[in-house]
Design a protein around this ligand. Structure first.
Ligand code: FEO
Length: 169
């Protein structure tokens, strides 16, 4: 059993995860348009990850006998700039998501909601990985700077990323 307030907060998080998916799908489209197919692949895998995060919360709300409520998804900003700027924007967005997850943990602690506390542990760990991935990409992109060959090599490397669905609990 979870409270109505927690249900509402989790439904809000579903919306944020779906916005994240929408944002990364749009970034993927942008990368395809400018001929960076490896980057496009990276962001499309990220889209899949975000949808799986949304579904994980969706399943949890259902498992608690509460109602999932879907809301409108905001339009992504669209003008994404260079790959470095895209990853800087991605990191900033993920930091926002991390803060949002931490807010849910605070609420679960306040409410002595032990089930949701355990459920959210997975997301805390996932956010560490997400931010680490973005920091690594930012470091690499700063290293290559305006070197076209370096960018081409990173693009090739990113073609290999595949989506690994998270394990079901
Ligand atoms: Fe689902 Fe990238 O946070």
């Amino acid at each position: 059993m979870i409270s109505k307030k927690m249900t509402e907060a989790l439904n809000g998080q579903i919306n944020k995860e779906m916005y994240s998916a929408f944002l990364y799908m749009d970034m993927s489209a942008h990368c395809t348009y400018v001929g960076l197919n490896g980057f496009a692949n990276w962001f499309m895998v990220q889209y899949q990850e975000e949808m799986s995060h949304a579904m994980k919360i969706y399943d949890y709300v259902n498992s608690q006998g509460e109602k999932v409520v879907l809301n409108a998804i905001e339009k992504p900003p669209g003008n994404f700039g260079t790959p470095l700027e895209m990853f800087e924007a991605t990191l900033k967005h993920e930091q926002f998501i991390t803060a949002s997850i931490h807010g849910l943990v605070d609420l679960a602690n306040e409410e002595k909601d032990y089930a949701t506390q355990i459920f959210l542990q997975w997301f805390i760990t996932e956010q560490i990985e997400e931010e680490a991935n973005d920091n690594e990409m930012i470091a690499k992109l700063k290293l290559v700077g305006k070197d076209g060959n370096g960018l081409f090599m990173i693009d090739k490397e990113l073609e290999a990323r595949v989506f690994n669905p998270p394990a079901k609990e």
